[in-house]
Design a protein around this ligand. Structure first.
Ligand SMILES: [Fe+2]
Length: 403
């Protein structure tokens, strides 16, 4: 029988011309809010080369800290505080808050020393990731025993952890996952990074009701107008207010974050921000950890990247945060995880258990199977069978009934 003519590639193409009913095309192709941000605010355009850096004309990277800024100095912008009530209000109102002394002086010293060493070693080995704006250290989770503890908000490495964790849980709901965990080291004379929203992975969707990301930045030296991160206060409300896919109008000016070493900057994933030019003499070390709704595909593929030794020692909390708790809705494999709740420590969703088989080179996938073969199947022919018995409590030989 010939294939019906309507199903041929030529017919599908012919029925998809400019007159076809394609209700989502304009929205999906809109490239908003990114295009209109620069159209409406030409001073926000990212320079392509060092030759294009211009001072004295109000470009986004040519700014100062809030309290000295002609536009912002009369506003009550956030300053570092330990008061959780104030931090909540700041994050909601301005799109960012500053947790004062989130790291003690010792914690700053220890963390910074490890990063300085790792960054130098990766450059020396030629395995580094240089960028126009910074050296990036990826997969911190594997690069020192302190780093997984940051993802758990362990007060041993970050004394303000309980406050940070609370703010993330309240803004994203418990069950959020780590999007990536990196260090971002801007160097003297680097280029400014383009302004962006950290939840840009879901563009052109905007989420006026609440963010799907909150980013944690661990500040490891004093930052100000020389080397502070650029942010546009209130842009977390102004950009989503126009609606998904629509054009953004004029935005208020950028400022540099001003904070002493040990401060943690938390910012809303809808807030416009970027690494600035480093006009100081030293390399500026910060660690960046976006936290996302668990349905956003993570930037770092922790399932692949995490060192088996880190996994062996990982707490249930850490495993959940790096996306290793499967559910019927998210992150299952071959069906395993379908019965998981997504909660830390739930054996029925332990994707780390499945990953351990892969690491050992011993993962055996279910493939094409006949009833005849199934009747002669060994009980541990497939990894899935082992996981089902050990993690879901299925009995050997158990058959499920559908009637
Ligand atoms: Fe960012």
């Amino acid at each position: 029988m010939p294939v019906p003519i309507e199903f041929t590639p030529e017919a599908v193409e012919a029925a998809s011309g400019p007159d076809a009913f394609q209700p989502y095309e304009t929205f999906l192709r809109s490239r908003q809010p990114v295009d209109s941000i620069v159209e409406s605010n030409p001073w926000m355009r990212t320079p392509a080369t060092k030759d294009e850096i211009v001072w004295g004309e109000g470009r986004y990277y040519d700014t100062t800290v809030g309290r000295k800024h002609p536009y912002w100095k009369d506003f009550d912008l956030p300053t570092p505080t330990k008061d959780l009530h104030q931090l909540r209000r700041d994050l909601f109102e301005w799109g960012f808050c500053l947790v004062e002394d989130a790291l003690s002086a010792d914690q700053v010293r220890q963390t910074r020393a490890r990063l300085v060493e790792q960054a130098a070693a990766e450059r020396e080995a030629g395995i580094d990731y240089p960028g126009g704006s910074f050296q990036l250290i990826c997969s911190l989770i594997n690069k020192g025993e302190i780093f997984p503890k940051f993802l758990e908000h362990d007060p041993e490495v970050v004394q303000g952890g309980p406050v940070i964790e609370r703010l993330l849980d309240e803004t994203l709901r418990k069950g959020w996952c780590v999007f990536s965990f990196t260090a971002n080291i801007s160097y003297p004379g680097c280029m400014p990074m383009g302004l962006h929203q950290d939840q840009g992975a879901i563009n052109p969707f905007q989420t006026p009701e609440a963010p799907v990301d909150v980013t944690t930045m661990y500040i490891l030296e004093d930052v100000d107008e020389r080397n502070g991160t650029l942010i546009v206060p209130t842009s977390h409300k102004l950009i989503p207010a126009v609606g998904s896919g629509n054009k953004v109008g004029k935005l208020p000016p950028t400022i540099h974050v001003e904070a002493p070493a040990g401060t943690v900057l938390l910012f809303d994933g809808r807030l416009l921000h970027g690494t600035s030019i480093n006009r100081g003499d030293d390399w500026r070390y910060v660690m960046v950890q976006p936290s996302m709704k668990p349905w956003v595909r993570s930037q770092e593929n922790f399932m692949l990247s995490t060192d088996p030794r880190v996994l062996e020692n990982a707490s249930p909390k850490l495993l959940q945060r790096i996306g290793m708790q499967g559910t019927g809705g998210l992150g299952n494999a071959e069906g395993f995880g379908n019965r998981g709740t997504g909660r830390a420590g739930d054996p029925a969703g332990s994707m780390a258990a499945a990953r351990a088989f892969l690491t050992a080179g011993d993962y055996r996938h279910v493939g094409e199977l006949t009833v005849d073969e199934a009747q002669r199947l060994a009980e541990d022919r497939y990894t899935l069978q082992v996981l089902q018995r050990e993690r879901e409590g299925r009995q050997p030989g158990q058959r499920n009934h559908y009637w």
